[in-house]
Design a protein around this ligand. Structure first.
Ligand SMILES: [Ca+2]
Length: 160
């Protein structure tokens, strides 16, 4: 098992003189003597470990005006996508906000882990209990390192 990996200190054209070349060759020889591997380190170029990267297909869903006595509206869907190179864990999913009881999750493919290039589909219907403007959020919690929580805004209006 090599103890480390390493690259050449400079590209060949960057060496200023024979002395620098000699020093560089000695450094390479010392690495090789240790059993190190010459060349890019594993994962180098990626910069870091692969991670999941959450993306929502929409920022908001607008159900428009809908009758209070109409039952559920036609549903609308959010595609929760993984644009990263590693699996994305979905840790929680909830409806929140002032009128969250008037929006309902009708359908959810439900994966707790989304593979790279995969997606989870969540479909929501609007069922206003009273007249007026309604607002809620669908929030997803994941292990995306820079977007722990993401939300879709849900709006609609209850009418007679
Ligand atoms: Ca991200």
């Amino acid at each position: 098992m090599p103890s480390a990996c390493f690259g050449l200190p400079k590209t060949k054209t960057e060496f200023q003189n024979a002395r620098e070349v000699e020093v560089a060759q000695a450094a390479v020889a010392a690495h090789l003597a240790h059993g190190d591997t010459l060349g890019p380190c594993e994962g180098e170029g990626e910069g870091e470990q692969p991670v999941g990267d959450i993306n929502l297909s929409v920022d908001n869903l607008n159900y428009g005006p809908y009758p209070v006595s109409g039952g559920h509206s036609a549903y609308q869907s959010v595609f929760v996508q993984n644009l990263g190179a590693a699996d994305l864990a979905i840790l929680a999913r909830f409806l929140e906000g002032p009128d969250s009881s008037e929006f309902h999750i009708i359908y959810d493919t439900g994966q707790s882990s989304i593979a790279p290039e995969g997606q989870r589909v969540i479909s929501i219907g609007f069922d206003p209990a009273t007249e007026g403007d309604k607002q809620a959020y669908l929030t997803l919690v994941s292990d995306d390192p820079d977007e722990h929580e993401v939300s879709v805004s849900l709006v609609g209006k209850g009418i007679q």
